[in-house]
Design a protein around this ligand. Structure first.
Ligand code: CTP
Ligand code: MN
Length: 633
């Protein structure tokens, strides 16, 4: 009876319930909801609040009229209107602009200008293709460095303009590079808060003013103009203006040019590589089948688990998956490695397959008609200030393995050119020495010592001359791991040493480089006190999660707070160097002979015309080494 009572739903609880009142539509407090969605960062729903009134999603007609009455769209179609626009721009020496390619508008899109918050003047792109003489006047205002320009995502705007033969502020000599590009509302939002997922204009605008922008894309230029003032104020109060004006804004056109350049890919080399990997993979397959005594699908966890645990009767303790099957994740398989040689084969088989499917196979399709591959360099994609690379990501190609090296060979130079790469030596450690003021590390650098080699000598117990490139590479893992808070277990695994050794090396390192150890503690304290840390140039990263109740989250934030000033300063230095190098290329009019192609954290890749390699190699090296004076070379 008790069981029956427990299982019975009580249906006569005294609650007041009225179906009419329960309809969420009738009682919706739109303002509160809007506020809540904003706090939660649910912008996709936020944009649809107006639909709650039963209004259908925006139709094409209402799109053109828009929802924001404060901003008017004025078409610029006649020659007279163009002249008026240019005259106003010249007298104001400033404009905000945007480019639309909206398919909903069923036209070629527009170039929209705003000189104030209330009016967007929209020029159809088609004017640029006509012979009315418009292009030269518009071109002139873009290329006049004395006229300041603001936009949302200058890098992208620059790319679109240069497709039309307009080169904002790159014209002319004398390092005027990018002088006219003045304000980027996307970058400003990113500098103020670097941990958002995207920096679309509607989101940035809403966060600033608590209002939705009009869906009519022609009005965007006016919103950009409106955002400028409060954003500049914010950056001023957070001391971010230097990074904004001297690093990020001038960098945008540099990145645009790199994206336009792209890297030449030798498709045949990729084909060869992919064939040889395929052969290798089938060799592994055969060996695995032989051990298993049968053929099966190695990629199926189910079948693999049957082979390992039923057929081969492996006994090691491994985790179960959610569904109760035995896990065949790499981390679990590793535990079985000593039991059977097939495990090692499976792990290597998987590694090859991953390399092949994630990097090599998709590659040829991404190469464009001219044989070049174009990545997107995301300027607002990391919390530390580093650049990130997308579609495809060219920054994480595993170049350190043998196959990775082979892969790298598929990146080639144009005929009559060479690829020239510049990689900073121990950049982050040098920055660590500079920021922490660590005496021993600074002196070591001044003597020209190599810290990675030194750590390697200690780990492997050999004299420094006997350290091989491989040993140095493993020591690097240890150095970075230690500096960025990997923990004893991680270090032990990464450097393949025992727990005791990991502990001993860590203690010795911290005692020897006590300044670095103090720096680490100082950053931990700083993030708890201030909730942010910054680079030597003032770029910030904030840590709201530092007050979390979850210990792991707090520890993670502390580790990142130690990492960010070092990695972020490295990123700042690279960006400064890129701007200066690009400036020199333009100043000397060598755009076609010397092209910057890629940045991989502390490395720059160029394509240089044969005959200029020596001269420009020296110039680039000079700039990179002297871009900022630190207390160590
Ligand atoms: N990096 C890392 N862990 C590694 C290797 C590299 O975190 N095991 C990261 C670091 O942020 C490092 C950057 O990648 O600054 C560039 O790597 P690399 O040039 O290999 O490091 P350096 O210290 O500059 O060494 P080297 O003198 O060989 O260039
Ligand atoms: Mn390096």
């Amino acid at each position: 009876l008790f069981s029956k009572k427990l299982a019975t739903i009580i249906r006569d609880v005294p609650i007041e319930f009225d179906i009419q009142n329960a309809d969420w539509r009738t009682n919706m407090k739109k303002e509160e909801l809007g506020k809540m969605l904003q706090d939660l960062g649910i912008y996709s729903l936020l944009k649809r609040i107006s639909e709650l009134d039963g209004e259908p999603a925006m139709t094409q007609a209402s799109l053109m009229e828009g929802t924001d009455e404060r901003v008017k769209v004025v078409p610029v179609g006649s020659l007279k209107q163009v002249k008026d626009l240019v005259r106003d721009i010249v007298s104001q020496k400033y404009f905000a602009f945007d480019i639309t390619f909206d398919p909903d508008l069923k036209g070629p899109g527009h170039l929209a200008f705003a000189l104030d918050d209330k009016t967007a003047r929209a020029l159809p792109w088609s004017l640029f293709e006509s012979d009315k003489g418009v292009p030269e006047e518009i071109k002139a205002v873009f290329e006049n460095v004395k006229i300041k320009k603001a936009g949302h995502d200058l890098k992208d705007l620059f790319k679109n303009l240069s497709r039309k033969g307009v080169h904002p502020a790159l014209a002319g000599k004398g390092g005027v590079h990018a002088g006219g590009l003045d304000f980027d509302t996307k970058i400003a939002a990113y500098l103020v808060n670097s941990d958002l997922k995207d920096y679309d204009l509607d989101r940035v605008y809403f966060a600033e003013f608590g209002r939705n922008i009009d869906p009519n894309p022609l009005k965007r230029a006016a919103y950009v103009n409106e955002l400028r003032k409060p954003q500049r104020e914010k950056m001023r109060s957070l001391d971010l203006l230097w990074v904004f004006e001297k690093i990020e804004v001038p960098l945008a056109p540099v990145l645009a040019e790199m994206e336009i350049s792209g890297v030449k890919i030798d498709k045949k080399a990729i084909k060869k590589l992919s064939d040889s990997i395929y052969k290798e993979i089938s060799k592994f397959e055969k060996k695995i089948y032989k051990h298993a005594g049968m053929e099966f699908n190695i990629n199926s966890p189910q079948q693999l688990s049957t082979v390992l645990f039923e057929k081969l009767q492996l006994k090691g303790k491994v985790k179960k998956t959610g569904k109760g099957a035995i896990s065949t994740a790499a981390s679990e398989l590793e535990k079985l490695a000593d039991e059977h040689p097939v495990i090692d084969l499976i792990l290597r088989y998987r590694e090859l397959q991953k390399l092949s499917t994630t990097y090599i196979e998709p590659f040829p399709a991404l190469v464009q008609k001219d044989g070049r591959l174009r990545t997107t360099l995301n300027q607002t994609g990391t919390t530390t200030g580093r650049l990130s690379s997308q579609n495809p990501n060219l920054q994480n190609i595993p170049i350190r393995t043998e196959l990775g090296q082979e892969f790298r060979k598929a990146f080639v130079a144009d005929k009559g050119h060479s690829l020239v790469s510049f990689d900073y030596s121990q950049l982050e450690l040098r920055i660590a020495a500079h920021i922490s003021g660590d005496k021993k590390m600074s002196e070591a650098f001044k003597r020209g010592e190599d810290i990675h080699t030194r750590t390697a000598a200690e780990i492997f117990g050999v004299p420094a001359e006997k350290v091989t490139p491989n040993m140095r590479r493993e020591a690097k893992v240890f150095n970075f791991g230690l500096l960025y808070g990997m923990g004893i277990l991680g270090l032990q695994r990464a450097a393949k040493i025992t727990r005791e050794q990991a502990r001993e090396f860590t203690d010795r390192y911290m005692a020897e480089f006590s300044g670095v150890a103090r720096y680490m503690q100082a950053m931990r304290d700083a993030v708890h006190n201030d909730r942010y840390v910054k680079t030597i140039f003032g770029r910030r990263r904030q840590f709201r999660e530092i007050d979390s109740q979850v210990m792991e989250v707090v520890r993670q934030a502390e580790r990142m707070a130690i990492n960010m000033p070092i990695q972020g300063t490295a990123a700042d230095l690279l960006k400064l160097a890129m701007i200066k190098i690009s400036g020199l290329i333009h100043e000397e009019g060598k755009e076609n002979e010397v092209r910057m192609l890629l940045q991989v954290h502390d490395e720059l890749l160029f394509e240089v015309k044969d005959g200029l390699v020596k001269e420009w190699g020296a110039k680039v090296k000079e700039i990179m080494e002297n871009i900022w004076k630190l207390n160590v070379p």
